[in-house]
Design a protein around this ligand. Structure first.
Ligand code: NAD
Length: 477
């Protein structure tokens, strides 16, 4: 059984969580020690005890630790990618890409640790000087989802440590393997005892204990809207700093003047790759009339050619859904859409392979309208719907007609429409002729409306969440 990391010690318990391979449910990746309330509180106490010293640690120490971690992640990307593909089900090249991204993020924040920023300005009062500096927030609770088992933890943990915070990290219980590997790497990279702690366990126990503890000064959360709302309401009494990244119902607009091949690439990649289990997945394909039929038939042809199967097979394009609950949810949404009048143009059926896994053929639903549940609620699987619209104006209005606002894309060769869409799409990230999913690691990530709350993640914008600004006035006597 793999232990948890508390106060610089590897700690085990009598209960274990099995990590099951969704491509082959008889393959148990490993068993991980499951924390309860007591272990979670110990981890919080360790992070609180380590916070004052780490807050005063120098940029060189933080840089060196983050750099060592980043280097090791990159050096082991094949092996860690295999672990990730095995526990989460995304295909191996995507998994290796995610691991590489995690490594790059650590290297980015290693460098950020050396880029100490601040302002020295003149006071409006003669003889007084003003300095504006940033300080760590304190103990940061990090609660992660299962769909990016190493990249999302990396893009929260690396800036937290970079800016001098201590961490209690709770990975999603479905994917403790990558999280454990990351904890092991950080431990060996020289993170001082208590500065980084990892506890594995259910959200209702480990996560809730974190939410209820006043010693946690800030929480960076990624996951569903329902859990995000809990994080917010539990944090309000403490006036705790929070950062929430939640769901999406991301539109991809395809206009008559789009390059058809590229539009099909953007739709298929954005909606179905990583088994559609990306918060930035294009789940609504909003298509103008003159290109609609050609686009739908080209997407359906492309889907028919995709190979669904074991995430570790070299020929697989789309791996399994992550677990039985998610698979049932995907199937439910397909059935609901059909009952409301949608036409299932491609996929949607279970696929049998040599191993027993949660394989679902990517589903394309057509003849849908904005009010259907399939166009309002996040499915979080390989399911996309097509909405036919008259023109650009209607496409923009349908694209924005959602409570979510994470990512939006447009495929067009018109500079006029591309520029207008970039300005008017009510989202945090907007894409022109590239898929709605797939972002860089050195620039801000996040959304608006019900998709996100709080400061942006990633890039130098991460400092907003992981630091507190201090303004100091000095009169020299
Ligand atoms: P989830 O909300 O079920 O779980 C997320 C995390 O919260 C897990 O670690 C879980 O154990 C924990 N949790 C559950 N109950 C809790 C509680 N009471 N207190 C504290 N923590 C608790 O989400 P999920 O199913 O793991 O992930 C899928 C969701 O994540 C989708 O909605 C997806 O859109 C979203 N997501 C968003 C982004 C983004 O950046 N916007 C990125 C990836 C995934």
């Amino acid at each position: 059984m793999k232990p948890m990391l508390i106060g610089g010690e590897w700690v085990t318990t009598s209960h274990g969580i099995e990590n099951i391979n969704p491509s082959d449910i008889h393959d148990i990746v490993d068993v991980y020690a499951q924390a309860g309330r007591a272990e979670t509180q110990q981890a919080i106490a360790a992070a609180a005890a380590a916070a004052p010293k780490w807050a005063l640690s120098g940029p060189q120490e933080r840089h060196d630790i983050l750099h060592r971690a980043g280097d090791e992640i990159l050096a082991r990307k094949q092996e860690l990618g295999e672990l990730l593909a095995r526990e989460e089900g995304k295909v191996l090249p995507e998994a290796i890409g995610e691991v590489a991204r995690a490594g790059q993020i650590f290297l980015f924040f290693a460098a950020e640790a050396l880029r100490q920023r601040g302002d020295v300005v003149a006071s409006v009062r003669p003889g007084v000087g003003v300095e504006v500096t940033r300080e760590p927030v304190g103990v940061v609770g990090i609660i992660a989802p299962w769909n990016f088992p190493i990249a999302i933890p990396a893009w929260k943990i690396a800036p937290a440590l970079c800016y001098g915070n201590t961490v209690v990290f709770k990975p999603a219980e479905l994917v403790p393997g990558s999280a454990w590997a990351l904890a092991d790497i950080l431990h060996r990279a020289g993170v001082p005892a208590g500065v980084f702690n990892m506890v594995v366990g259910p959200g209702s126990v480990v996560g809730q204990t974190m939410l209820d503890d006043p010693r946690i000064d800030a929480i960076s959360f990624t996951g569903s809207q329902a859990t995000g709302a809990r994080v917010a309401s539990a944090s309000l009494p403490f006036l705790r700093k929070i950062q929430l990244e939640m769901g999406g119902k991301n539109p991809l607009v395809v206009l008559d003047d789009a390059d058809l091949d590229n539009a099909v690439f953007c739709a298929v990649n954005g909606a179905f790759f990583s088994t559609g289990q990306r918060c930035t997945a294009s789940s609504r394909l909003i298509v103008t009339e003159a290109i609609h039929d050609r686009f739908v038939s080209a997407v359906a042809d492309r889907l028919a050619a995709l190979r669904i199967g074991h995430a570790m097979n070299a020929e697989t394009d789309i791996g399994p859904v992550v677990d039985a609950t998610q698979l049932a949810q995907n199937q439910d949404y397909i059935a609901i859409a059909r009952s409301q009048g949608a036409h299932l143009r491609a996929g949607g059926d279970l696929v049998r392979r040599e191993t027993e896994g949660y394989f679902l053929a990517p589903a394309l639903l057509t003849e849908t309208v904005p009010d259907m549940r399939i166009n309002r609620e996040e499915v979080f699987g390989p399911v996309a719907s097509v909405i036919r619209v008259r023109d650009y104006e209607e496409a923009l209005s349908v694209a924005n007609d959602t409570e979510f606002g994470l990512s939006a894309g447009i495929c067009t060769t018109s500079l006029k429409y591309a520029s207008d869409f970039k300005r008017k799409a009510q989202v945090g990230m907007v894409m022109v002729n590239v898929p709605t999913a797939g972002v860089d690691y050195h620039v801000p990530f996040g959304g608006r409306k019900s998709s996100s709350y709080g400061a942006r993640e990633q890039g130098s914008y991460a400092a907003e969440f992981f630091t507190i600004v201090k303004t100091a006035y000095t009169a020299a006597y």
